[in-house]
Design a protein around this ligand. Structure first.
Ligand code: PMP
Ligand code: GLN
Length: 385
């Protein structure tokens, strides 16, 4: 048989799936893969059931390829109300099968094999896979532990005349860093200087803690025209399985995204779009309870980890906590397997989110999007010798 796509040789099963399988095999509490083990709001589930059963014409047939207009309109109005960003629902907003599909389409809409792409490490794993499939070149800039922030001179050195695009992820998975205005201004200045597009993954936009503010890079001067902003309802409403994501971007970039989307999935689950339009319409009423819920879960896990003898890093955003591995000579993978087997707790080893630095081998990632019972069980398991 002839060989398959050469890039596949470097692909492995995603670490999230691997750890989830191991957690099931070992009957371990799963604080690995990032998804809530409880349902989001019941009212949204009811709206979804109603949408499937409604008599809206063709509701159970293909949705329009760019997404239902009701949903695109509310995405545009939220961007205006939350961030003062103005996008046209018709020509500048597109609905995707989760942020994952939007990220895939963004890479294929922008990249040619001769292009270079800057990405901060640790990175969300799909960025690297997408760059590889387009045959572009990855340039990595490390967010240095333990603060998980970049050094400006290292970022400056990564740019060249071949740089086409940069990935930004804020709030950042797995570190919980939320880039502040000064950092975003530095990134923006370099992207403008070198004429670089930004693919800004903001799926945790509404999951920031305390006084920390999420600032979309598209809201900085001169950045709207070069930014594709991607988000997802999966995180905000706790229904990751519904796979509703979107991208907002100026007209020409949106057109390019839609050209890829039409030959990728073409359209997104139709009835759920109706429910999500209403969900996003109620976003400001819903957010305070969402933030409070996750803030309490963060505090519960951080305190529990400290009581169990760990030294966790409190995140500024996201539902993840990075924790240095105790001084025991194990790397992240060995320690992660040890916790699954000996303590019945599954976490994510972050070294697979790195290309250059060894920092990832020194941490493990916990997800606190879990019921208090599950978090408490994990903490009690970790305390056992
Ligand atoms: N980007 C980041 C940083 C994520 O953490 C995730 C999912 N955990 C995604 C993208 C994918 O989002 P979706 O589930 O909407 O495809
Ligand atoms: N983004 C989720 C995480 O970081 C996982 C999503 C997936 O498995 N594709 O855990």
């Amino acid at each position: 048989m002839k060989s398959l796509n050469n890039e596949l040789k470097t692909f492995k099963e995603s670490i999230f799936a691997t750890i989830s399988h191991k957690a099931v095999e070992a009957n371990a509490v799963n604080l690995g893969q990032g998804f809530p083990n409880f349902d989001g709001p019941n009212w949204l589930k009811d709206l979804c059931a109603k949408a499937f059963d409604s008599d809206i014409p063709n509701i159970n047939q293909y949705a329009p390829s760019p997404g239902r207009i009701e949903l695109r309109e509310v995405i545009a109005s939220n961007a205006r109300d939350f961030y003062g960003l103005s996008y046209d629902a018709n020509s500048e907003v597109t609905v995707f099968n989760g942020a994952t599909e939007a990220l895939f389409c963004a890479a294929f809409a922008l990249l040619n094999p001769e292009d270079e792409v800057i990405v901060f490490e640790p990175f969300y794993d799909s960025y690297l896979a997408n760059i590889k499939l387009t045959k572009a070149t990855t340039k990595v800039v490390t967010l240095h532990a333990p603060s998980f922030r970049f050094k400006l001179e290292e970022l400056e050195r990564a740019f060249s005349k071949n740089t086409k695009m940069m990935y930004l992820n804020s709030p950042h998975n797995p570190s919980g860093t939320v880039f502040n205005r000064e950092e975003l201004e530095q990134i923006a200045a370099l992207c403008k200087k070198w004429d670089v597009y930004v693919v800004s993954d903001e799926v945790y936009e509404h999951l920031t803690f305390g006084e920390i503010e999420h600032i979309p890079i598209a809201s900085l001067e001169g950045m709207r025209e070069r930014t594709i902003t991607i988000s997802s309802a999966g995180k905000t409403f706790g229904y990751t399985g519904w796979k509703i994501g979107w991208a907002i971007a100026p007209k020409e970039l949106t057109h390019a995204l839609r050209m890829i989307h039409q030959f990728n999935t073409f359209s997104v689950c139709h009835p759920i779009q109706i429910a999500m339009a209403e969900g996003l319409n109620r976003l400001s009423e819903y957010l305070p309870e969402f933030k409070e819920l996750y803030s309490k879960k963060k505090d519960l896990l951080i305190k529990g980890l400290k009581d169990a003898g760990f030294d966790p890093i409190s995140p500024e955003g996201t539902y993840f906590v990075l924790c240095p591995i105790p001084d025991n000579g194990m790397n992240d993978i060995a320690y992660c397997l040890h916790l699954i087997e000996k303590h019945k707790v599954a976490t994510i080893p972050p070294s697979s989110f790195y290309l250059n630095s060894d920092d990832g081998k020194k941490y493990i990632r916990f997800c606190f999007a879990k019921t208090d019972e599950v978090l408490n069980e994990a903490i009690s398991n970790l305390k056992k010798k």
